[in-house]
Design a binder for this molecule. Structure first.
Ligand code: ADP
Ligand code: MG
Length: 573
């Protein structure tokens, strides 16, 4: 389609925006133009944090020479023509504003050669005015060079952070696009140094290796969820629970291959990791959500960084389901491949245990301490944990169990923690926590740090069954505790509890951490002798949990010695 100026009516319906905030916004617009032009190779060069020079070269379709002056005008685009097009945008750009905004903020030169032209046309804009037009030899494709960004906007310059910060924004941007477009060869050079280079072979894991390193890439889990009833498909890559980050910055979401910021979908992903990661840790994710273009409005945000879904809940559910399913299917029970004393834990081979057709699920045991919860948790997915028969205990710490494929060693504390964690969380959610009133209120003297923490957390603790009242400066009165903690020394318990409670960064994380702390505190200790009946009950309870393979802190609850391994080790075959 030719570039043309949008009608005033259509231009008015476009969510206008100052798209150029920082060097990375220029690069984002230029990369998006390259991708819209069908480029298979995009090379980005940056100097001085992007303020001195930004150059983006592609091998895309190019711009016809006579259209070059039009391309840098406001509301000039080849991507939409009439208002109905706004409801079916399949390109990343559509407003015809990016080049015009860049020209308003910097000097720009475009050199472009369509594939059917023999030479490239060039256009140079300085201080907003075209100063040169010509032709020259160049390979097919487009190169846009941006110099002196914000030289004429000293106020903007002041708001920019250091060159290093701007460069890190640029790297993050290229990383994201490299993950969303593995079939495109990306290269980012900062001050002459190549910081990212992908092969463009179309292999997501390979692209991830360039972005996150080989170790993370090979451990990553592939998400493949084909279109559901609403036509929503989810694909991409996730970190396994043992790989995590301290921030959410490695969670990337693409909607119809557009990089978007979505709190709601980020939340959907994180929630699916519920209980697999320690509170405060975040997964690595690059997920592409594909849905009919008519079901998503991309014309809502100035820099097109946010989108609106016709059915937000359906998209949320599809993402959460895809992530959950991937984690469930992949979450491995660490398998002990060799027993001989020589192998360290780190060398233990990890294999996923898959049990497509599980046998009868044992009747779910009602939690003894939280009777009023929503009842046994419903299995949402099959084959999460094989049915196990406990045969004994080792070192009063591990339960030995027999399963359909060999032997399992279960860490009794970790397993019980998992069970209690899910029970406590469910009870909290349904406001059905059982409280144990103390016959005599107990006074608890706290350290200044503990007292401060308790002041912060007091309101959050009440729904979990704590009844605490400030009594003196650092003295509190404890009147009731969660029933799961009954029988423990309440004062010592509270102090220890406050020490365990690190400061989380959201109310939900705080609740999860409180639940995990209660579970940790209430769970049966390593070193406690269990009766056959107790072991059986614990294993059955573990089977009813949603995430039986890890404790709330992400440690394994069990390891597996397969039938094949046993036979090999005893040289039976
Ligand atoms: P938009 O992308 O919203 O259409 P831009 O200002 O970014 O607006 O670009 C204006 C037009 O210039 C585009 O519609 C496209 O036709 C053309 N164009 C810009 N960059 C490229 C490129 N790298 N390759 C081919 N055409 C381009
Ligand atoms: Mg554009």
């Amino acid at each position: 389609m030719a570039i043309r100026i949008l009608s005033a009516e259509l231009a008015a319906r476009i969510a206008a925006g100052e798209v150029i905030e920082r060097p990375a916004s220029v690069v984002k617009e230029l990369i998006e133009n390259s991708l819209d032009a069908g480029a298979r190779q995009v090379v980005v060069d940056v100097q001085g944090g992007g303020l001195t020079l930004i150059q983006v070269s592609d091998d895309g379709c190019g711009i016809a020479p006579e259209e070059l002056p039009l391309a840098v005008q406001r509301h000039a685009t080849s991507k939409i023509a009439d208002p109905a097009d706004l409801n079916r945008i399949a390109t990343l750009g559509f407003r015809g504003e990016a080049l015009a905004s860049i020209v308003a903020a910097a000097d720009l030169e475009v050199v472009s050669r369509p594939h059917d032209s023999l030479v490239a046309a060039s256009l140079k804009v300085v201080d907003g005015a075209i100063v040169h037009q010509g032709s020259r030899g160049a390979p097919p494709g487009t190169t846009v060079t941006v110099r002196h960004l914000f030289r004429r906007q000293p106020a903007r310059l002041k708001f920019l952070r250091s060159k290093a910060v701007e460069s890190s924004h640029l790297t993050a941007l290229l990383n994201a696009y490299a993950l969303a477009y593995p079939e495109v060869r990306f290269r980012l050079r900062i001050d002459g140094r190549t910081v990212l280079q992908t092969s463009g072979q179309g292999d997501l894991r390979e692209a991830a290796a360039e972005v996150h390193g080989a170790a993370v890439a090979s451990a990553s889990l592939m998400v493949v969820a084909d279109a559901d009833a609403s036509g929503i498909a989810v694909r991409g890559l996730l970190s396994p629970p043992h790989v995590s980050r301290a921030s959410r910055s490695e969670i990337h979401i693409f909607v119809n291959r557009r990089w978007v910021q979505s709190r709601s979908l980020t939340f959907a992903i994180e929630e699916a990791y519920q209980g697999l990661l320690t509170v405060g840790r975040h997964p690595i994710a690059a997920l592409t959500v594909t849905l009919p273009v008519a079901d998503v409005d991309v014309n809502v945000h100035p820099s097109k960084a946010e989108v609106r879904f016709r059915d937000e809940r359906a998209v949320f559910a599809a993402v959460q389901r895809a992530v959950r399913q991937t984690l469930m299917t992949a979450a491995p029970i660490p398998a002990l491949s060799v027993v001989g004393g020589e192998k360290s834990l780190a060398e233990i081979e990890v294999q996923p245990v898959s049990m497509p057709d599980r046998l009868a699920r044992p009747p779910a045991v009602q939690p003894a301490t939280a009777k009023s919860t929503a009842g046994p948790s419903q299995p949402a997915f099959v084959a999460r944990m094989p049915v196990l028969r406990p045969v004994g205990q080792v070192a009063s710490t591990y339960i030995i169990a027999e399963g359909p494929d060999g032997m399992y060693l279960i860490d009794q504390h970790a397993a019980h923690e998992r069970v209690l964690y899910e029970q406590v969380r469910a009870a909290r959610q349904h406001q059905a926590v059982e409280t144990q009133g103390l016959l005599e209120p107990v006074t608890v003297d706290l350290s200044p740090a503990q007292a401060m923490r308790l002041r912060d957390e007091e309101a959050a603790l009440a729904p979990f069954g704590f009844d605490i009242e400030l009594f003196g400066d650092r003295t509190w009165l404890l009147r009731a505790v969660p029933a799961v903690l009954a029988g423990r020394d309440p004062a010592a318990g509270l102090r220890e509890f406050l020490d365990l409670l690190e400061r989380p960064d959201s109310p939900r994380e705080r609740d999860d951490r409180i639940a995990a702390t209660i579970a940790c505190h209430a769970a049966v200790r390593a070193g406690k002798v269990l009766s056959q009946e107790e072991m059986r009950e614990l294993v059955q309870l573990l089977e009813t949990t949603e995430m039986p393979h890890t404790c709330p802190h992400g440690r394994p609850t069990m390891i597996h010695l397969s039938q094949a391994t046993l036979e090999r080790e005893f040289r039976r075959r």
